[in-house]
Write a new protein. Sequence first.
Length: 287
Amino acid sequence: MKEYLDMVKYVLENGTRTKNRTGVDTLSCFGYFYKVDLAKGYPLLTTKKMFFNSMLRELFWYLSGEEHIRNLRKHTKIWDAWADEEGRLDTAYSRFWRRYPVPEKSVEGEKWGTKWVHTDPSNGQKVFDQIQYVIDTLNELKQNPMSSNRRRMVVSAWHPANAAESRLPPCHYTYVFSIINNKLNCHLTQRSCDIALGVPFNLACYSLLTMLIAKETDFEVGEFAHTLVDAHIYENHIEGLKEQLTREPKPLPQLKIADKPFNKYCFEDITLENYDPYPNIKFEVAV
């Protein structure tokens, strides 16, 4: 993907050497933006082999609402470095996507939506299902394109009280859906962006999520846009990324998605087709 290679080149040429919590210095840039047209193909990098199955397992974990990785780690170890032996995490994206905690009572003047609020059977707390809210809002827009909710389809994985104490607060912490010209677009904001390892997964994951929701709500797919607040390259990733820059991107693959209700999808319902990447480039994870 040219958009990805352009970003790599920009950060290599313009990044400032910066120290960070991992002990591995980075080349960092503030505020990078790109977007891709999902109608042109599924944006899975071809300049190195991507482990699509791990990404897909991760997406279904996000959608599961689970606050642990006990089921996820049966298939992939990508979150093990941040979980304890029992699979518990300080922060779980999936919990906040599907079970965002809301107060039992509002203060005077506040309003809380009730349609998407339910009682969490695990602890009796009231929670809000952000994904179902987006799907229902999109279905409403089919009937009422002028709905006031059309610019309010925001999903947040950021809970300030949790983030203040978490070992790894959400990096890709909020995203917004938008309908323009009957096409579903998604914009992701990411506070901390590991360009070699994390960003290719984020790009593939949120693009697929957009495609799944578009299919569920009968919209065409539009664009995936991505704002990277701290876009960085770890110094031990530099040579591998330079190798990628020598590789000419190949045609993008396609996805075959089964005809099923959104909340019934599982791993076997998504098939990657015509993926012909260059060999893998190994990058070490900075923990």
